[in-house]
Design a protein. Structure first.
Length: 266
């Protein structure tokens, strides 16, 4: 009996680390794998894009109590901020006090359905070298010829669009592990040192693209009421609706490079 118990214990100790490793690998697979032809230009970009601080907010004790009281999940950072700034004092007369305060109609949460990355979302630059009359290989490198601003956005009009965009960007950033922003700028004169060789009698083209995440899911809306009854505080959500929504969210300070050569007659 002891031998059987010992074998079970050894087997458990062996499987447990493998289970943890499998969970870790599954989590890593969720992140977008960046192709070799996509380069980080954050240190090379002549335009300093501001870092996008995703609006994660730690609920206060009161806010957490109210969030837990709601039958509908609430993850809107702006609504959480509003609740964090609110104060409700307990008093001896609270048991006799009743109130229902309308806080407005809000996008309550966003549920992600699908997240993909288009590594060639928007072409921002073309560099070109003509070596048809040359006898030795010529070098081609990337230099941004003019400043470019790339903007993403929602694929449809929805109420409270700015709040919806924040929730979608949070979810897309979690799933891809990429630095996302609805606006990103590639500054004039930005350079990257990679060298592409163009053989004699050939022309060479180097195209640069800004990647973007394509996020799809559904947003839940509802009318939010703060109710106080018999000394208990809670959030009631009424008239709940859901709407499908998509968004394109550019990847900040990253470029995809595509190099082509061709033997063309003059």
């Amino acid at each position: 009996m002891r031998k059987v118990s010992l074998c079970i214990l050894v087997l458990f100790l062996f499987i447990l680390p493998l289970t943890g490793l499998a969970e870790k690998n599954t989590e890593e697979k969720k992140k977008a794998k960046i192709p070799d032809y996509v380069l980080d230009i954050s240190k090379d970009n002549t335009y300093p894009n501001p870092t996008q601080d995703l609006p994660y907010l730690q609920p206060s004790e009161l806010t957490q109590e109210l969030l837990d009281s709601s039958e509908v999940k609430i993850a809107n950072p702006e609504l959480i901020r509003l609740l964090n700034e609110s104060t409700i004092h307990n008093a001896k007369t609270a048991l006799l006090f009743k109130a229902s305060i309308y806080l407005g109609q809000w996008p309550l949460n966003y549920e992600s359905g699908e997240t993909n990355v288009n590594w060639e979302y928007n072409k921002v630059n073309t560099n070109y070298v003509d070596n048809r009359g040359g006898r030795t290989p010529q070098k081609l490198t990337y230099t941004q010829d003019q400043q470019k601003k790339i903007s993403g956005g929602l694929t449809a009009e929805v109420p409270n669009s700015e709040e919806v965009k924040k929730m979608m960007m949070i979810k897309a950033a979690e799933k891809t592990g990429l630095p996302l922003a609805f606006d990103t700028i590639i500054g004039y004169g930005t350079k990257k040192g990679q060298i592409y060789n163009i053989a004699p009698k050939n022309v060479g083209y180097l195209y640069a693209y800004v990647p973007a995440a394509n996020e799809k899911g559904k947003v839940t809306y509802g009318e939010v009421y703060l109710t106080i009854k018999n000394g208990k505080r809670k959030l009631d959500v009424k008239n709940v609706t859901q709407q499908g929504i998509g968004a394109w969210i550019p990847v900040q300070d990253h470029l995809s490079f595509k190099f082509y050569t061709a033997n063309q007659p003059r």
